[in-house]
Design a protein around this ligand. Sequence first.
Ligand code: PLP
Length: 376
Amino acid sequence: MKIYADNAATTRLDIDAFEAMKPYFLDDFANPSSAYNFSKNVKQAIEEARRTVALCINAQPEQIIFTSGGTESNNHAIKCFTAQNQHCCVVTSSIEHHSVLYACENSGFEQLIMPVDKYGVVTNEELKIALDKCCLKTSPFSILVSIMTANNEIGTIQNIKALSETVHSYGAIFHTDAVQAVGHIPIDVQTLGVDMLSASAHKFNGPKGIGFLYSKNGLLQIFHHGGGQELGMRAGTENVPAIVGMAVALKKNVEEIKHNTEHLLHLTDAFFTILKNSDVDFILNGHPTERLPGNLNISFKGKSGEGLMHMLDLKGICISTGSACDSINQQVSHVIKAINVPVEYREGTVRVTFGKENSEKDAMDVANTLIKMIKI
Ligand code: PLP
């Protein structure tokens, strides 16, 4: 048996994306910046991909920069914006991905970290408190707020539209790390009202090592100096096959969002029903309804999440204890601490994240195997 149920860590490359990438390895391999005709197709493929990506999030093509993934997009947005300002106050939340938290910490400016409620929600009240503090401390100042669209561990989805309205009412700039959300829930940058947004292809069945950053016109200056690629913002020869594959994967996922959501909700329901009907002591972390459709973050009382993860691994099932990064730290994650999971449950936390390729049988097998292992 092999069941992959760790789709928040990464996803399998979509077959259509793979096919679309192939010609750009062996046939159309020219450097897109070269002047001869051979590179014309390649350049066009990049711009076509930019148009596709922009359309998927209701942006303009010139507002999309291709990056190496979510980590780079987050660093680019935060470090580039803060470097452009003499005085800056950076506001973020306690459950952000480390690429946001550490980029804010290393921005050279004061950082305010907002708490979240028990579901992992950033409330408008907390945001206002943080923004009021910023206004008191720095003058003249710029304020950058970075709040993720959906959390990678517990799946909680924030009310980005409401948060961005508050941010803008203070004249501040709003960045969102939408790495877990893009391709999984509808994302429209105009409706959400965000100024910058990060995404990563390998989370939506695209290739690894490629992502994009949306930013409103004129907001960011040059991040990587060099040959002037990516509209002059991020120099470096483009990863053409990956850019093409990302666009194909994103378009497909966006077109199939409704169908995939229904399928994933069915799987999580099947999983959860088995768990609820058993006698194991557990709690579901994250928001009960405002959550990513395939995400189940569960804490089992008095158990070791690490141990459960390894026991399931021996049975051919891939789940995780938290985020892929935290599996290296092997500590209770900052997200689980931030939402105040009771101490006796914390260590017993596992994250099961189903993807569009999982079946109902997969969901039932994961639930039943977990229960069996808990009872050992
Ligand atoms: N932000 C979030 C919310 C993530 O889940 C991840 C990856 O796990 C990242 C950023 C980093 O993305 P990448 O792996 O593309 O660098």
